[in-house]
Design a protein around this ligand. Sequence first.
Ligand code: SF4
Length: 483
Amino acid sequence: MTFVITQACCNDTSCIAVCPVQCIRPRPGEASFTTAEQLYIDPATCIDCGACAEECPVGAIVHHADLPTRLEEFRGINADYFAEHPLDDVTPPRLTRPRLPRQQPRLRVAIVGCGPAALYAASELSEIRGVEVTIVERLLEPYGLARFGIAPDHGQTRLMAERFAPVLRRPNVTCLLGVEAGRDVSIADLQRRHHAVIWATGAFADRTLGVVGEDLQGSVSARDFVAWYNGHPDSTGRRFDLSGRRAVVIGNGNVALDIARLLAQPAAVYEHTSISPNALQALRTSGIEEVVVVGRRGPTHAAYSTAELLALAHLPEVDLLALPGETSRTEGAARSPFGLGRRLGAVRDAAARTPTRPRRITLRFGLAPVELTGEGAVTGVLLERSDGTTERIETTLVIRAIGFDGRPTAGLPFDPVTSTIPSNAGRIIDPSTDDPLPGMYCTGWIRRGPTGSIGANRFDAAETVASLLDDFAQGRLPAPTAL
Ligand code: SF4
């Protein structure tokens, strides 16, 4: 008997803290934790107590007897992890929550941003007596990616926002919505009023393809498209033309699969979700029957997670297809060796499938976009193989889902290569000297780049907060000079 961690896992690790026999892996501090697609339960050690299932903020942990058919494969996925990573240490991880010395003055901290990274930091800090937190968020709604970055049909993952709601209600937390740091309040002002400022502004600039035609009408960034279907305030008034029969998504990470799923499925799937009314109306009249997902390299290097690919293969009204000649491409080491067999198996199954439904998602591999063609608006995308041969796919909608970058903030150092704020253990540093900037910290994607699921920000935030508290206790933080 065992519990099984399934597709919605957010890597938050709340389950690890409550497991009495410590059979959930990987754990923070282990080499594979930062790159893990999800957490796993060892079926040989689990005592079936159910504590993890109660604690999981997104309901991703299911008793094996209750697994629905579409999640059955996760029984083997959990077990396989321990075949490759046998349990060797079952001592509970030490969770050391920092305390402030009693004689210290109140600690005032500003946090810029109100997404998961910011709220994990606010949660850590506001649990400590004597700490006051002010969150500054440019939007009029909190929760950042937990509200505006999750696909509407991933209702379980969207529960993350509920996990954070109590943090904003704590008496020592003030949340200023609709206030943009650098526009409505200066960095200097934040510093004058607080001992420390934590930057948790995320990574929301689009990476570009750098090809001719990228600016044509019908060429859309994944950031804009996701914002549109999630009702992000920045997308108010946006319209996307879904009247063509085929859409092309460039990129093969989880965001690309979210978009492909949304475009390929009937609108009825999204009727009772949090999708924006505009997007739902557009889906109702959509003409799209095929979504082509284009990856530059082979299936070995695709960036999607095992769980998201398997979910695509279980869509009730969509055929997942691939081209046999493209599925055997292997070059160099895999992006993530664990689960590779299942991912390749799913792609090979897709290549062997005979389509029977009117809607389809076709995975293509080994194709680099070299031009978006058309006069004023996209009519096709020209793709090139490694042998120099080309192929043109006709389409009127190309969505560029090749990743995000952080944006520089005036007055803060920025590394243009990694698109992050240079830092050490969460302390923002002067890149010319590596010295920390007193009272300045960062966490989340703007610190480490746009990788990892929502829960991965928890330990990022914990490290940043630990550095901040240590600096405060050591008298290294400048005292505020204004209220
Ligand atoms: Fe650990 Fe109990 Fe969850 Fe099994 S059911 S993984 S023993 S917390």
